[in-house]
Design a protein. Structure first.
Length: 203
């Protein structure tokens, strides 16, 4: 067994079915300091977007920063701005389903419509280019009638699809760090997730 597989255990179980309530409580308490450092990991991951795919006039980090900058300057609240910032964070590790990746990160910390907008933005962005490849640019219309449909249309139209401009005065990543820390310091699955009808379930 490689040395890096071994840890300093707080428990004795080798199969989860053998664990006791007390053991799981110890693990969960041990996990809390790690969870509290989530904003640090998000900021690190955002910086790595510089190394995602190239070819456009700005890299994926600048695109993300520009999307958030536009939302910030338009007076959107912090939750919305942070969602705009990390909406493409999955481009490094989940390029084909990056929207799901970002939405999953946000879900315990944001309102349901914010989560839904990030979750669907990949499809809604297709309005601007699907037709070039013989696809239906109106595929987003299968969600017409959803209470966050117009929110997602607007997110893409005003902030996402417009944010490939190398001449735009884009705010730096550090400017968004306090917002990231505040949003991800929320109680996971707290009152914010009960708004707008809430989630049907945690899983």
């Amino acid at each position: 067994m490689p040395d890096d597989v071994r840890t300093q255990p707080l428990v004795q179980y080798r199969r989860m079915e053998d664990g006791t309530k007390e053991e799981y409580k110890r693990v969960f308490e041990h996990m809390k300091p790690f969870e509290a450092k989530l904003p640090d990991r998000i900021m690190t991951a955002m910086a790595l977007l510089r190394d995602s795919y190239s070819g456009e006039m700005v890299n994926r980090l600048v695109h993300s920063l520009q999307t958030a900058t536009r939302a910030q300057r338009d007076g959107r609240d912090e939750e919305y701005v942070v969602a705009a910032l990390i909406h493409d964070i999955g481009d490094l590790l989940a390029t084909e389903n990056h929207a799901e990746y970002a939405a999953a990160m946000l879900k315990p910390y944001v309102r349901p419509y914010t989560h839904w907008t990030v979750r669907q933005h990949g499809l809604f962005q297709g309005y601007y280019y699907f037709h070039h490849f013989g696809l239906d640019r109106n595929a987003r219309d299968k969600h017409r009638g959803h209470p966050a449909y117009e929110m997602c249309v607007e997110f893409c139209a005003k902030y996402d699809q417009t944010s490939f401009d190398p001449d735009y005065d884009t705010m730096p990543l550090e400017a968004f760090e306090p917002m990231v820390r505040r949003i991800f310091a929320r109680e996971p699955w707290g009152p914010h997730t009960k708004e707008q009808g809430g989630y049907d379930s945690r899983y």
